[in-house]
Design a protein around this ligand. Structure first.
Ligand code: N2P
Length: 392
């Protein structure tokens, strides 16, 4: 499965290069968002004896139960593990510096901003022998944002899409058939008026919502024109009264318990919600939809902050995650695809064959590739998203 992924991930290349690189040349960074560039000095992690501690900051629900305990057992390193729910939250901490973390997991486009801001340190690949397990096609794709793959290592990847509770949505729509473009389920009042009865949720992160909303209204996904964001917001304001909540990590539980029936959220979390509901015996029929219009692709990446106190332990952790069985264990636990070619044989065949986890080539091509906007645009986006959330 990872092999076919390899072919289609490459197909994203050109579009990805254009979007990502053009948006990376940010000329208007305010002082507080820029740090001194990393020098070559920062690329070496000196061979010093570190205290046996590792501080990790990762997305919620993104681990197998045994991932951390096994690392601790193997290495004697004690892990402190904190979680976040959006790149916006992680990035704000990174800019403030002194995070206290040794490993952070930004999505690749945010990682790119952190590289440019001097907030990350180069990896010392001599300390990561399992690097050889990584799928070269994914490395090529990542290199569009991180030339030479110097700073970022993919943890898992997926896409932002529409998730539904099939039975509840059918019941709420009644005679109305499913729309041709399934994004209508969250963006068209004709549908949301009916679906509000079983609960609609939207990710609490402007950077995940706007590329999709812009595409929906026919504008460039990483537009720098404030009018385009206004247009997308006006569109979303029409469905605002029908949205029950804005949340991110909480969608797994909300979906699994039947509290919401439609969400703009992460495909992996919808698959995870389905398995949780089976475990909890509530048996909700939850599906991540592969929409015709396409969703928003993300690759979440391990990186080491420039001021990390335990960079050698961080390298040990990265190398441990890249072990085939460990990486496969992540995928098996949370239904997100991994970038590890050697791991494929250890991935549960049901997950490997799930076309909403490992997408078909033509579906990957439809995804919006990771990209960035300039800081002025990001501020416009944030302000409008707040207005959208508060409904004003
Ligand atoms: C964690 C999902 C993180 C995906 N459950 C968003 N990048």
């Amino acid at each position: 499965m990872n092999m076919s992924f390899g072919k289609y991930i490459l197909s994203l290349g050109l579009v990805g290069i254009g979007l990502s690189l053009s948006s990376c040349g940010q000329s208007d960074k305010p002082a507080e968002e820029v740090a001194a560039p990393v020098t070559a000095e920062a690329t070496k992690t000196p061979e010093v004896e570190e205290e046996k501690v590792l501080n990790i900051y990762n997305w919620s629900d993104y681990l197998a139960e045994d991932t951390i305990p096994n690392f601790e057992k193997e290495t004697g390193i004690k892990v402190r593990y904190d979680v976040f729910d959006s790149n916006e939250i992680l990035h704000a901490k990174m800019i403030a510096k002194n995070t206290g973390y040794d490993i952070v997991v930004p999505s690749s486009n945010w990682g790119k901003m952190q590289i440019d801001g001097g907030l990350l340190q180069k990896l010392d690949k001599t300390k990561i022998p399992n690097w050889k397990n990584l799928d070269p096609a994914i490395l090529d794709q990542m290199a569009k944002l991180d030339p030479g793959n110097e700073y970022l290592v993919d943890w898992l990847w997926s896409y932002t899409t529409v998730g539904i509770n099939v039975d509840k949505v059918k019941a709420a729509l009644g005679d109305m058939p499913m729309p041709e473009n399934t994004w209508d389920l969250v963006f068209d009042p004709k549908y949301t008026n009916k679906l509000k009865s079983c609960g609609i949720a939207v990710l609490d992160a402007p950077s995940e919502v706007y590329p999709i909303a812009l595409r929906y209204v026919g504008k460039p996904e990483y537009s720098s024109n404030p009018d385009d964001y206004k247009l997308a917001t006006d569109m979303m304001m029409k469905v605002r009264p029908d949205i029950k909540r804005f949340n991110s990590g909480g969608q797994i539980e909300d979906m699994a318990s039947g509290n919401i029936c439609v969400a703009l959220g992460w495909a992996g979390d919808f698959n995870l919600a389905r398995s949780r509901s089976i475990e909890n015996k509530s048996e909700q029929n939850i599906e991540a939809l592969v929409t015709k219009m396409g969703g928003y692709m993300f690759m979440d990446t391990m990186a080491i902050p420039a001021d990390a106190k335990h960079p050698n332990n961080a390298h040990k952790f990265i190398n441990y995650i890249l072990e085939a069985k460990v990486h496969a264990g992540l995928t098996n636990a949370v239904s997100y695809a991994n970038p590890n070619k050697a791991a494929t044989e250890f991935v549960d065949p049901e997950i490997r064959g799930n076309k909403t986890v490992y997408l078909a080539e033509e579906d990957v091509k439809k995804l919006i590739p990771p990209g960035n906007v300039d800081n002025a645009t990001r501020r416009v986006m944030t302000r409008l998203f707040t207005q959208f959330k508060t409904g004003t």
